[in-house]
Write a protein that binds this ligand. Structure first.
Ligand code: NAD
Length: 295
């Protein structure tokens, strides 16, 4: 297998990579993120917490962002530290440009650079469409979509400044957007949320296209039916759980750890050729379960 500066050659020995130097994956599989720094937004709860813990277990130093409940953020930091990892709690509202910039300054001051951004922070403000207030609309779009833009922009600036460090990763940086099955499944009563996730998909794909030449990878993970506080009403009673299972062909609720495993893979060089994809981790929710017996 060609490596180093021969990696761009085709079978006839022609160099198809132009001037770009290509680096192949080489990190040991047991610590695929060793030597890397990650920032996880909304990391004091649910999926973000599980992702932060999993990235740390995979060798990354982790910035644990939070906007409420500092004790929960500190608990995540303490868990990582007790396992021999490195982490710092970073307060910031991801929808505020000044707070996001300050968060990145604090992260870079502590760890020197950033290799991985997990744009996970998100919320819902549900309402029937005709009753939805502008505030409900703006709150959801500001956090779920503008927050992703603001954090991604700061990360990309640092990725471009630093470039690829071959001993650390094949890529100059990795961004993972925590999107949703609702980037493709319409959701009555949640138009603001579905619009934010559809927007996240096109932000991800446009960034992926634009930044690929700089060896920056941008991808999305699309969870569906994961047991977290955001969707408690959908799983906390037996009736709710049964009705949720009508939407999940795999017939079990997902756990935050299901998403965390995918995030570790996607952030690692094992996923080096994945760029601009949406990875659905949803027990088959996007398989039109109503058509299993109908249609
Ligand atoms: P959660 O409520 O446990 O976590 C959301 C996190 O985002 C919390 O830590 C919250 O404090 C944080 N947050 C909210 N507003 C913020 C802001 N302005 N600045 C910084 N942080 C902020 O819910 P979760 O299920 O873990 O959600 C995580 C992500 O996964 C969200 O983007 C959500 O849309 C997405 N998602 C979840 C599911 C699911 O089934 N749970 C499905 C699809 C997508």
């Amino acid at each position: 297998m060609p490596s180093g500066d021969r990696a761009g050659e085709n079978l006839a020995g022609e160099n198809l990579a132009g001037e770009a130097e290509i680096v192949r994956p080489s990190n040991p599989e047991h610590l695929p993120l060793a030597g890397q720094t990650a920032l996880v937004t909304g990391a004091n709860s649910g999926i973000g917490e599980a992702v932060a813990l999993a990235l740390a277990r995979a060798g990354a130093s982790v910035g644990v962002n939070y906007v409420t409940d500092p004790d929960a953020a500190q608990a995540v930091v303490d868990t990582i530290s007790s396992r021999g990892g490195q982490a710092v709690a970073l307060e910031a509202d991801v929808s505020s440009e000044t707070q996001v910039r300050s968060m990145f300054s604090r992260l870079l001051e502590r760890f020197g650079t950033i290799d991985i951004l997990i744009n996970n922070a998100g919320l819902q403000r549900d309402a029937p469409f005709h009753e939805m207030t502008l505030e409900q609309w703006n709150t959801v779009l500001s956090v779920n979509l503008t927050g992703q833009f603001l954090c991604a922009r700061e990360a990309v600036r640092e990725f471009l400044r630093r470039g690829v460090v071959p001993e650390v990763s094949c890529a100059a940086g990795k961004i993972i957007a925590m999107s949703s099955v609702h980037e493709v499944i319409p959701w009555a009563g949640h138009a603001n949320y579905a619009a934010s996730k559809g927007g996240s998909m096109m932000l991800t794909r446009s960034m992926a296209q634009e930044l690929a030449p700089y060896r920056i990878r941008v991808n999305g993970i699309c969870p569906g039916a994961i047991r977290t506080p955001i969707n408690r009403a959908a799983w906390e009673t037996p009736e709710a759980y049964r009705s949720l299972m009508d939407l999940v062909p795999y017939k079990r609720i997902g756990e935050p750890a299901d998403i965390a495993r995918a995030a570790v893979w996607m952030a690692s060089d094992a996923a080096d050729y994945a760029n601009g994809i949406s990875l659905f981790i949803d027990g088959g929710m996007t398989l039109y379960p109503g058509f299993a017996e109908g249609g």
